[in-house]
Design a protein around this ligand. Structure first.
Ligand code: SF4
Length: 536
């Protein structure tokens, strides 16, 4: 096959296709979205694999697990905080004795380019006692994803492929290998291991622990963990793309430190001990939390100094880069290039001009005008930018779906009026369940669903259910039809919507207002598409 230039995310997707996956599932989330985007294009061109957006990461994971139950291979992709949502099936699937390959591609976001935290998915893999592979470039992303499926079937556990933003969204050249065929459908010989009743689960847990020795033997011998013993003073431990930053500075050091690169976890303990026995000082270069650095502290004698993100020799937060690593290696900073008079304009993120959310925020703000104490809980989407001037319209953004539950809690605590603001896709992701609590208690709050008919923030992926299905869904849930309204989110309607919301704020029970208008960006993209009939 010819070499290809692809994003790190796309390398993962292609690696999965060439590993013979039957299906892939994901919920969009930066920086992992492009994995399924690529697979959907591939599926449209070649008829396979099945590539589906799902309601949330948990449903994605469970669908992938079902494919593995059938003995076939499945990829599930998500951003790091999505693994919190999928944590329940993820943790338990480590116990079920997989016989079809299941790979979890998780893209972490050190530096929080578009996330609410910097959590490091290597801890999740460790928590579940499963293997984690961490590529440093697109080629490794491709190869490791392919290999991850083999490992999953060999050790009968899900395998995590951990990316970070800088790799997920960088392009690199990959050389692909011949594709492998799909597995045939093959149910487990006995489903007992999949039925995690306590008696079975205890046995499965013990079996998983017993397999750890074989897993450690694999990482000890893995070609992704490479040890070279050189300098006796300094040893460098790199993980994932930390290796790139280290190599970029290596020539300027004037000597070659001893080096252990870790691309496969659990951390290869014997290689660490060999390195620590050879040097007096270690520097750990890893993007994310000081995961390896902490593991080292339990593995090697205290006489060997360990430097890294936890010791303060590298910053404890944010993304690493070659200059930070350079300083940690004891090299002087490289002089920057002075560009006199060249000032980049400040471009804070903002809602598009004419965005339907602007109209709904104006209406909400007007409706709340005059109340001494009110609260507007919000969620995750473009509308989170309603926190910024000129809107200053929301007061929280914690995690997917939290607006609804937090509004209920604030109302329970005695605040009035309480508004929750959530997008259609986020509502279907995880706002629906807390709304059940609010319906059951007839909580004194107003839920405003901003229905722009797509997942706008991640590039306009389709919302799982069309707008027309949300109102009947709410009726079925038990929302009082007298306090359930669908309005057009339009500048000409702002006054009328504000009056409606004001009336519902005065209703001392649950009310829901759905503001519908398509995202402008999506509408624009649709118009630009040339209809197939006139394509030349
Ligand atoms: S992308 Fe769509 S939803 Fe997001 S701010 Fe722009 S118009 Fe609004």
């Amino acid at each position: 096959m010819a070499d290809l230039v692809v994003l790190g995310d796309e390398a993962v997707a292609l690696g999965a296709v060439h590993a013979g996956i039957t299906a892939a599932y994901a919920y969009p989330g930066t920086p992992s979205t492009e994995i399924l985007e690529y697979l959907r294009v591939h599926a449209a061109r070649h008829g396979a694999p099945l590539a589906s957006w799902t309601a949330n990461e948990k449903t994605a994971y469970e669908a992938a697990l079902g494919v593995a139950f059938a003995g076939r291979r499945a990829l599930v992709a998500m951003k790091h905080v999505g693994l919190n949502v999928a944590a329940d099936p993820f943790m338990n699937s480590a116990l079920v004795d997989l016989h079809g390959g299941l790979v979890v591609a998780v893209a972490d976001d050190p530096g929080m380019h578009s996330s609410q935290n910097e959590q490091d998915s290597r801890y999740y893999a460790d928590f579940a006692r499963v293997i984690c592979l961490e590529p440093a470039n697109a080629q490794e992303a491709y190869e490791m994803t392919r290999e991850a499926f083999d490992l999953s079937e060999r050790f009968r556990v899900p395998v995590v492929v951990r990316l970070v933003t800088r790799l997920a969204h960088s392009r690199g050249v990959i050389t692909a290998a011949p594709p492998r065929d799909e597995n045939p459908v093959r149910k487990p010989a006995s489903p007992v291991s999949w039925i995690l009743l306590p008696a079975h689960a205890r046995r499965q847990w013990r079996a998983l622990l017993d397999r750890q020795q074989a897993v450690r033997a694999y990482t000890a011998a893995s070609r992704h963990n490479v040890l070279s013993l050189d300098d006796r003073e300094l040893g460098v431990v790199t993980a994932g793309i930390g290796r790139n930053y280290y190599l970029e500075n290596l020539d300027d050091l004037g000597f070659v430190p001893s080096h252990l690169h870790i691309g496969a976890y659990p951390v290869p303990a014997e290689a660490v001990r060999l390195l620590a026995g050879h040097v007096r000082r270690l520097l750990v270069i890893e993007d994310g939390y000081p995961y390896v650095e902490r593991r080292l502290r339990g593995l090697i004698p205290p006489a060997v100094e360990i430097r890294g993100r936890e010791s303060g020799h590298l910053p404890p937060d944010g993304e690493l880069n070659p200059d930070l690593v350079r300083n940690a290696l004891g090299l002087a900073s490289r002089p920057g290039v002075e560009l006199p008079g060249f000032v980049l304009p400040n471009r804070p993120p903002q809602l598009c001009q004419g965005c339907p959310h602007c109209d709904m925020f104006q209406a909400i703000t007007r409706a709340l005008d005059g109340y001494a104490e009110s609260v507007v809980m919000s969620d995750i989407g473009c509308y989170t930018l309603g926190a910024l001037p000129p809107y200053n319209a929301i007061e929280s953004c914690v995690c997917m779906g939290a607006s609804v539950g937090m509004a209920k809690g604030a109302a329970d605590a005695g605040i009035h009026p309480v508004v929750a603001v959530i997008g259609d896709s986020t509502f279907l992701h995880s706002g629906f369940t807390p709304l059940m609590d609010a319906v059951a208690a007839n909580t004194d709050m107003t839920l405003v669903i901003l229905d722009n008919e797509v997942v706008a923030m991640t590039g306009g992926q389709p919302t799982l259910l069309p707008s027309s299905r949300i109102e009947p869904l709410l009726r079925g849930l038990g929302v009082d039809p007298d306090h359930l309204h669908v309005v057009q989110a339009h500048p000409r309607q702002v006054d009328a919507i504000a009056d409606l919301i004001r009336r519902e704020l005065e209703h001392r029970g649950l009310s829901v207002v759905i503001g519908v208008r398509e995202c402008l960006e999506t509408a624009k993209t649709k118009k630009q598409k040339i209809p197939e009939a006139v394509q030349v």
